[in-house]
Ligand binder design. Sequence first.
Ligand code: ZN
Ligand code: ZN
Length: 356
Amino acid sequence: MIQQRVQALQAKLPPHTGLLITSGSNRQYVTDFASSAGMVLITPDAATLFIDFRYCEKAKEVVKSCAVALWDRGLGQVAAECRRLQVQTLLVETEQVSVAQMGRIRAAMEGITVSDDAAADRWLTDARSMKTAGEVDRIRAAQQMTDETFAYITGRIAAGRTERDVMLDMEFYMRRLGSQGIAFDFIVVSGANGSVPHGVPGDKPLEKGDFVTMDFGARVDGYRSDMTRTVAVGCVSDEQRRVYETVLAAQTRSMAQVAPGRVCKDIDAIARDLIDNAGYAGAFGHGLGHSVGLDIHEAPNFNPRCDTVLQPGMIMTVEPGIYLEGRFGVRIEDMVVVTETGYEDLTHSPHELIIL
Ligand code: ZN
Ligand code: ZN
């Protein structure tokens, strides 16, 4: 299965062209092996993972899609292999490589044209947007831990606990469930702090009448989950309830339209129009969703600009929100996989307003 990922890239490479993969998630995508360093060189008929001593023994045991070489002589070693394979043009991930790194690669690859064409980024982004059943299984397992963590924390949210304390409680519980680290820094924001979509949990205690927005996810074999729920502490005002119901309606209606053949920006528009028409124009200032995989934010996106057509195997979040500056915010986020006929919601936590 992983071999097919390398073969698909090889099929796109013209003769005497190489592709150098340096970023962690693309490297893991073509090797199914996680490491903090290393490079993969792919040519039309060869593929090698260059990896240092810390990982080499394990990589030789588990990596099936590439040859594995002990990497102990820097970029010169990769350049020598390029010359041996008669590479004349080398593609790099232009979206991932820093200016400094590009300079080092060019200096090492003397006599070889290091291209700044973004073709390789497009190939990798497109390939990674279509999840295999194995990838979906890992994301599903991560989401299951996320749902379990939500059930756990709803029993423990109470006035007086701080945002940071709740965040740490969730993180510890999720890691005990078996999550490999966390999918991203959890967001736990309450009351007026909730009007900042990506606020940082602080020492503010939860208070009666607060909305608490929790955005969090787990990781299984490098694959991530992403979910948000907003709950209330003690009670809610009529306005809070109206905002919550508006966000939920925006999520329900837009998610219901997820299916192969639908255009991403049209799904975004369903939620955005509903929120605007409910009197909250301007209060939903981010895209409706994004894909998730080895990275927490992948392409395609549900936003007003994304023309990508949904296809089976794509994983998308559906996360409308309303943020009232200085007052409160609500976001509800599920993660779905596009199927042959529509979608499957991977998130199983309740959507209705929970008052704790
Ligand atoms: Zn999220
Ligand atoms: Zn998200």
